[in-house]
Write a protein of this length. Structure first.
Length: 275
């Protein structure tokens, strides 16, 4: 099993498919690298090298008791890119992974980075504040943590509905989408689950986004019930120099998995990679 051992001794599992210019995928919460399988195959079939890792505390990676903050996640990503000696990389990040991507650029720069894609991503800030009234209120984050601690299996089943906008008339989300979400979520450690809520809820990535100096594509659904577009992508597109924002009408938080949106995103991603 391919593993990158980080500077603090944590084993990070990763997939490495195909050959060519590298495309590194960074998963959202509470998922793992499996969430990117369709995209990994798509880029590998089209002459790229697709790589995706399980964040510490998720999937097949080790489950340390600490390190669930974005400085650590960004340094883990740096360890992976360094160990594999990846250069001219396109980083593609979903949801919480967008924070990992942003903080990586904020801490490590873009020497290895060719371009970036932020999909349904959390930057610049998810939490509702006086300066970010479109954000998510504190009580939502508190309820998420309670759900994980009280009975996480049922909580993840319930959460999958809003994640894929399966509660909307005419939804294209499948039961398979929801089952896959539950399976990946159950492989996340409870400690990682709870700590990550505080990390993705309250970390401000504004300064990190200001350091972007590579072509950046933001893709977001306007029916994202997890990461509200007005608090995140619409603001991020104004902060990142020369960013492009593509809005999927009716798109859920799980764009890369839901039939219809998945194929559209794959096409948009390939076009961006080939530019």
């Amino acid at each position: 099993m391919p593993v990158c051992t980080t500077r603090d001794g944590v084993d990070i599992y990763y997939k490495d498919w195909g050959s060519g210019r590298p495309v590194v995928f960074i998963h959202g919460w509470p998922l793992n690298a499996d969430a990117w399988d369709d995209q990994l195959k798509h880029v590998a079939d089209n002459g790229f090298r697709g790589i995706a890792h399980d964040r510490r505390g998720h999937g097949r990676s080790a489950q340390p008791w600490s390190g669930y903050d974005f400085d650590t996640f960004a340094d883990d990503l740096n360890d992976l890119l360094t160990q594999l000696d990846l250069r001219d990389v396109t980083l593609v990040a979903h949801s919480m992974g967008g924070g990992e991507l942003a903080r990586y650029i904020g801490r490590h720069g873009t020497e290895r980075v060719r371009s970036a894609v932020l999909l349904s991503a959390i930057p610049p800030l998810m939490a509702r504040t006086a300066d970010n009234p479109e954000g998510v209120p504190d009580e939502v984050f508190d309820q998420i943590k309670k759900g994980i601690l009280n009975e996480r299996s049922q909580f993840w089943r319930d959460t999958s509905e809003g994640f894929f906008s399966a509660n909307r008339p005419g939804t294209k989300a499948t039961q398979g989408n929801r089952d896959a979400f539950w399976l990946m979520a159950m492989h996340e450690s409870i400690e990682a689950g709870v700590r990550c809520v505080d990390a993705f809820g309250y970390t401000d990535f504004t300064a990190d986004l200001q350091k972007f100096d590579v072509p950046t594509l933001l893709v977001h659904g306007d029916d994202d019930q997890v990461v509200p577009i007005d608090a995140t992508a619409r603001k991020g597109a104004k902060i990142i120099p020369n960013a492009t924002l593509t809005v999927y009408e009716g798109g859920s938080h799980g764009i890369a998995l839901v039939p219809g949106d998945k194929e559209r995103f794959n096409a948009d991603l390939l076009t961006f990679l080939q530019d």
